[in-house]
Design a protein. Sequence first.
Length: 336
Amino acid sequence: MKFPRAPDHHRKQDVMKAHSSALEEAEKDDQNEHSSLAHTDAQPIDLNSLQTFVAVVRAGGFAAAARETNTPRSSVSLRIRSLEAALGARLFKRSTRAFALTAAGRELYQRSAGALALLVNALRGVSGADAPYAGEIRITLPADFPVRIVAAAIGDFRSDHPNVRFEVSLTNDVLDLISQDIDIALRIGAANPQEALIKGAIDMKFGLYASADYVSSHGIPLDIRDASTLIGPSRPGLLRLLSRSLPGGATWPAFHVAVDSFALARELVLNHQGIGLLPEALCRVEYASELVVPVLPEQFSGTIRLHLTYPSRADLSAKVADFTRVFERHLAAAGR
């Protein structure tokens, strides 16, 4: 005997109720796991499992953590299951479409990541201070940052730690350090869209420069605003910082050629196209060889502080901290 089918709107309501019920159950499970983590009896915890858990969170998944730690994925999964069993709580929401922590997982990461990093660094200081590092360091730098400085720092560091891999991104975009897994960012100014550890690194000097041929043909204007062709960056934030060095609270006039690359601005200057607002370090060789000359230094000579930025103190591993010291040494040498 066949029964009549329920109307479509009834079936949709049933599906919506089932979906809502599933969400409520998931939320209850999440809350229960959070509560169980706070109240569970003390159980022996394997530090390897805890390290694996932190690695999975930072890598953004089990497979990525397995690659980063050079560990079989099956071992990563086993350690996480062992840790969950010891804690009596699920740490990750199992899904084929997304990677997410439960409330218990978030709490465990917040409480353990920093302490674990301190412990690992302490153990390394006692028993393995001279052992070479391995793994990866991810860096982001301003697009026009002098590449010879970072190249020298990486080469210096890898001579002692050849198993460390580097991924370097040269961009003027302010990358999210957490979601894009950045270890170190060198940024102009101290502004940062998230909580981070910020440390001053180097002062970058700016000036106005023109080619010797351009000056011979056009002369030197009495005022910046009188320049027949002014070349400069198309970055409002940077210009606001540089405006502080202009006399009497003045602002920059509109550039005749605005570019998002100081390297391009320098090439335009070298091709006798006008007076360019440039970092001193970017045209030091050309200045020494008298291909370019400073223009109106009495009206403008500015300095901007570059800052080294890290996701958080907990993420500043011994490996990253040691490379930072090497990088700072090369930055200081370049600034002299």
